[in-house]
Design a binder for this molecule. Structure first.
Ligand code: DGT
Ligand code: CA
Ligand code: CA
Ligand code: ZN
Length: 582
């Protein structure tokens, strides 16, 4: 079994969490946390180190830990973890998924109030018992209450960046099953939705039953929910410890296209399409498009649309948001290949894991022509934000690196905080020395009476001549933190009028702006930057999630600044500082 370092690190964090809930001693808990961090930060593959018997060389990794890692790699289990899970009430570890509930609070609520499930916790919030516990004021209980609501709202959906690599891996395995002639992802994951309820895979083959048999026996499968003649359903465990359902359907060649169209959806898109078929007195279902008993289409997806007189819209647009309009359906949407650089990455100077040159090298290997280093500004203290003196030195370091590194231009930028009063974290003279300024809100995200709102703060940043772009404009973290109360229409209008770009943060935890907001922004004439906000060289890979989201927003290459050659990009940046729009 192959196993990523991140997965292994998560297991050790989980052990530490459960030890903490069970009230074990701090020393033991911390030692597991340290192991988790060490594994997470490894540049080498832990499984490989295990094979070479080199695990014990890692700092903080003793004999006991080596044995546990080996146990996990060989059996997929750690006995200690299973013991801990068996000892605690089954619903208790779930409480850790609630924002605001750390292991300490979980233990306290369990020991003092007998809370053993999310329902118990909700009751203790509602009747005021939770607020009476030592160290838990009104504020933290409010946060927990919001967390419970938010978890209920996420409905167990898996984020795209977690689900897509799993789905692609399984798709490859399906393609290798004997008798499978073609296979594709379908459903929300093919549409590139930001969260996925379950993964749908469709394949073409004659012997459904044996194909399904192979599928339900894949090594990653943790539970088999159904195993039939044409459909199998299983679950796998994701790297953040949740279950993800995978459905495989097998169809014959003649109806593969129709089934692909049907199971790609969305449901709303399908309902609309079927209405259009009915209007033309045709019949449409997952087997084909029919005129009476005559088959008009079935083997190829695009023939279904052609049979209805429609262009075949890219899957990302199939949400019944205007894609039946031929202009939108035929629009040449952004692709990964259109991007010439990444314009927001971090380095070791603030909270990144890699150096300027390492980030630049990784950018060049991806075929990028430029990369902008935007480390955090001084008020982002938890992210090791740079004091003015450090930022000025950092700009020199970036420029020196740019002279040394060939083949890719390194721009010297900053991710400058928009402070609670709406001012920027660096004075204009410092910002003016940067090639490029992304301004972001990282604190004071909740609207408070008598204080400037997040919208007002963003508008103030847009008005500043030094600000090139607004970073992650709504501040949401998918399934973790709701967006700020931001008036997107006003922000988009102001950004367009002030020659300021809006960011699409491609990191799958954020995807901010989201698809519908992107559509709104582009329609208002806003230019976008699509960036990964990478905190390591591996983080650059997240660009694909941004591209999928952009496509869902109907974004074309012309809407995106980092599709432009360097000279054109610099020209766009310079325009605002040179007195745009006056
Ligand atoms: P998800 O899994 O919640 O992220 O979203 P989807 O879109 O993948 O939905 P899912 O897995 O329930 O079904 C896959 C596709 O099958 C869906 O996108 C469209 C089609 N489908 C499912 N139920 C219906 C339905 O009741 N009517 C129609 N017309 N199509 C449906
Ligand atoms: Ca699905
Ligand atoms: Ca499904
Ligand atoms: Zn940020």
């Amino acid at each position: 079994m192959s196993m990523s370092n991140a997965e292994l690190a998560r297991i050790f964090d989980r052990i530490a969490d459960l030890l903490e809930i069970s009230g074990q001693d701090r020393f033991r808990i911390n030692s597991y946390r340290r192991v988790a961090r060490t594994i997470n930060d490894l540049t080498e593959d832990a499984a490989e180190l295990a094979q070479q018997r080199r695990l014990a060389e890692l700092p903080g990794v003793g004999k006991g830990t080596v044995a546990k890692i080996e146990e996990y790699l060989s059996s997929g289990k750690i006995a200690l973890l299973e013991e801990l899970e068996a000892k605690l009430p089954p619903g208790l570890p779930d409480l850790l998924r609630i924002p605001g509930m750390g292991p300490k609070t979980v233990a306290l609520a369990h020991n003092e109030l007998g809370v053993a499930s999310i329902d118990d916790l909700k009751a203790a919030v509602d009747d005021g018992r939770l607020a009476e516990l030592p160290g838990l004021g009104k504020k933290s209980v409010e946060k927990i209450a919001a967390g419970i609501e938010f978890l209920a709202a996420s409905g167990g959906r898996t984020r795209l960046g977690v689900a897509l690599p799993i789905a692609e891996d399984l798709l490859e395995q399906v393609r290798e099953i004997d008798g499978v002639q073609a296979a594709s992802l379908a459903g929300s994951i093919r549409r590139g939705a930001e969260t996925i309820g379950d993964v749908d895979i469709l394949c073409q083959g004659e012997n459904g039953k044996t194909i399904i048999q192979h599928f339900v026996n894949f090594p990653q499968v943790t539970r088999v929910l159904a195993s039939g003649e044409t459909k199998g359903s299983v679950t796998v465990v994701t790297r953040d410890g949740n279950e993800l359902q995978i459905d495989l359907r097998v169809v014959p060649a003649g109806s593969f296209g129709a089934a692909l169209q049907y199971f790609t959806g969305s449901k709303e898109h399908n309902v609309r399409l079927r209405e259009l078929a009915v209007k033309k007195k045709l019949r449409l279902n997952e087997y084909g498009l029919f005129n009476g008993e005559t088959v008009l289409a079935g083997a190829r997806e695009e023939d279904i649309y052609a049979g209805l007189g429609l262009p075949c819209p890219p899957p990302e647009l199939r949400e019944d948001r205007g894609e039946f309009d031929p202009e939108l359906a035929r629009r040449k949407l952004l692709t990964l290949d259109d991007l010439r650089g990444d314009l927001h990455v971090h380095t070791v100077a603030s909270d990144g894991a890699d150096t300027i040159e390492e980030m630049a090298g990784a950018a060049r290997r991806r075929g990028y022509k430029y990369i902008a280093i935007c480390d955090h500004s001084k008020s982002s203290t938890i992210a090791n934000g740079l004091s003015i003196a450090r930022q000025l030195q950092h700009l020199k370091d970036v420029r020196a690196a740019n002279r040394r590194v060939k083949g890719v231009e390194i721009l010297a930028g900053t991710e400058c905080d928009i402070l609670p009063d709406g001012s920027l974290d660096y004075p204009d003279e410092v910002l003016a020395q940067c090639d490029f300024v992304v301004a972001s809100i990282h604190s004071g995200m909740r609207t408070r009476q008598g204080k400037p709102t997040p919208t007002e703060r963003t508008l103030a940043a847009i008005a500043n001549p030094q600000v090139t772009a607004i970073g992650h404009p709504t501040g949401r973290m998918i399934n973790e933190r709701p967006p700020m109360d931001i008036d997107i229409a006003r922000i988009a209008e102001a950004a367009a009028a002030n020659h300021t770009a809006l960011e699409l943060n491609a990191s799958w935890q954020r995807l901010d702006l989201k698809d519908t907001h992107l559509r709104q922004a582009v329609d208002a004439g806003v230019k976008l930057i699509i960036v990964t906000d990478a905190h390591s060289t591996a983080g650059l890979d997240q660009m694909r999630y941004g591209v999928l989201t952009a496509r869902r927003g109907g974004v074309t290459p012309a809407d995106v600044l980092n599709t432009r050659p360097l000279a054109a990009l610099k020209k766009w940046f310079a325009k605002k500082r040179d007195g745009w729009p006056g």
